[in-house]
Design a binder for this molecule. Structure first.
Ligand SMILES: [Zn+2]
Length: 191
C-alpha cells in the first residue's frame, strides 16, 4: 500500500464523477481486480483528510485531526476533495473522536462481502466510507444527535454534489445512514 499526504488546502474540486452514470462509474471501478483480499488491497491508497473531531479529550471543542482513510486509488483524489470541502464548510460537521487517540468514525476500506453473498462490498472495493457509524445505523432513521448525518446538511450535500450516493436515501428496508459510496447499491451489483 502506498501512502499519500494531503495538505488542508484543496478546495477547488473538479468533481470528476458528478455527471457520470451508474454504469460509467461501475465500468471505471471494475477496471481493477477485486477477486480476493490481496487483489483488492493492490487497488488501495491511504489518504490523509482533515476532519473536525469532537468528543472525549477535546475539552468540549471541535479540534482538527488529520485522519488517514484507505480508499480505492481511482476515487481517492475526489474523496480528499469531498472531505476537505466538508471540513471547510461553515457547519464544521463533527466526527466522533475517541480519547485513546484513535478516531474510528470515518472508515473506508474493509474486506467484507455484501451480507448473505460472496460478492465483495463497496467497502471491499474501497469506494465507500461510513461516517459516525455509532450514531447513523443501518435499517432505521437515527435519533437526533450531534453526530447524526442530516439530509439537509453539508455532508450529504457535498457527497451528492460530487456524484456519490448516500445510504440514507436507499429504500426503506435498506437504509444505511452512515454510508456514502461512489456506486449505488443494487441487486447483483458487485460494487
Ligand atoms: Zn458502509
Amino acid at each position: 500500500m502506498t501512502e499519500k499526504e494531503n495538505a488542508i488546502v484543496n478546495v477547488n474540486s473538479a468533481k470528476p464523477f458528478a455527471n457520470w452514470t451508474e454504469q460509467q462509474k461501475k465500468d471505471y471501478i471494475n477496471q481493477l481486480d477485486y477477486s480476493s483480499e490481496s487483489a483488492a488491497r493492490k487497488n488501495l491508497v491511504t489518504v490523509t483528510v482533515p476532519i473536525w473531531a469532537f468528543e472525549n479529550n477535546t475539552n468540549g471543542k471541535k479540534i482538527t485531526i488529520n485522519r488517514k482513510v484507505t480508499m480505492n486509488k481511482l476515487v481517492a483524489d475526489d474523496f480528499v476533495d469531498i472531505m476537505t470541502e466538508i471540513y471547510n464548510d461553515p457547519e464544521q460537521f463533527p466526527i466522533w473522536y475517541y480519547a485513546d487517540g484513535k478516531y474510528y468514525q470515518a472508515e473506508g476500506f474493509t474486506w467484507k462481502n455484501i451480507g448473505g453473498t460472496q460478492t465483495p462490498s463497496q467497502h471491499a472495493c474501497g469506494v465507500a466510507v461510513d461516517i459516525n457509524a455509532n450514531w447513523n445505523p443501518q435499517y432505521v432513521v437515527p435519533a437526533k444527535s450531534l453526530f447524526k448525518i442530516d439530509s439537509n446538511g453539508s455532508v450529504v450535500r457535498i457527497f451528492t454534489e460530487h456524484g456519490w450516493y448516500w445510504g440514507g436515501e436507499y429504500r426503506q428496508n435498506r437504509l444505511d445512514w452512515m454510508h456514502f459510496s461512489l456506486t449505488e447499491r443494487g441487486a447483483n451489483s458487485r460494487i
